[in-house]
Design a binder for this molecule. Structure first.
Ligand SMILES: [Cu+2]
Length: 153
């Protein structure tokens, strides 16, 4: 009986630890997932102005290879959305569908396929509080669905 009670107490303790870890999640660490249906799981990401550096982790929860259903995460000023998307299409998979040296790209991950995870770390000095930022997947044809807003500040 004591053993059962101890086990129950251990489960409660682990649960409490898990909750406190969630409560203390670092707001400068962002997570987003993408799937085989050409969708991100979030339409909005928020970065507090107190973050000097941000790490965005992209999970591809699908099964398809990067050649068929590759995804990346590319951060731009809203006004540069179409320009970066078009330049990316022309850049090709070898360059992760991001035109080399494109100054309009504020941050980006590489292209990954199903089951893979990647991340990018960038300085928030590239952002202005209250600026109008968008993120997108630049794999050809994906940005119609795979787009969102990043709020900073
Ligand atoms: Cu994509």
């Amino acid at each position: 009986m004591t053993r059962v009670r101890n086990a129950a107490a251990a489960v409660l303790l682990l649960g409490a630890l898990g909750l406190s870890r969630l409560a203390q999640a670092d707001p400068c660490q962002l997570e987003i997932s993408a799937n085989d249906q050409m969708q991100y799981d979030k339409q909005t990401l928020t970065v507090p102005a107190s973050c000097k550096e941000v790490t965005l982790t992209l999970h591809h929860t699908g099964k398809l290879p990067r050649e068929a259903m590759g995804h990346n995460w590319v951060l731009v000023n809203a006004a540069d959305f179409d320009g970066v998307a078009n330049a990316g299409t022309g850049a090709g998979l070898a360059d992760d569908y991001v035109a080399p040296g494109d100054k309009r790209v504020l941050a980006h991950t590489k292209i990954i396929g199903g089951g893979q995870t990647t991340s990018v770390t960038f300085q928030t000095s590239v952002l202005k509080p209250g600026g109008d930022y968008r993120y997108l997947c630049t794999f050809p044809g994906h940005n119609a669905l795979m787009r969102g807003t990043l709020k900073f500040g």
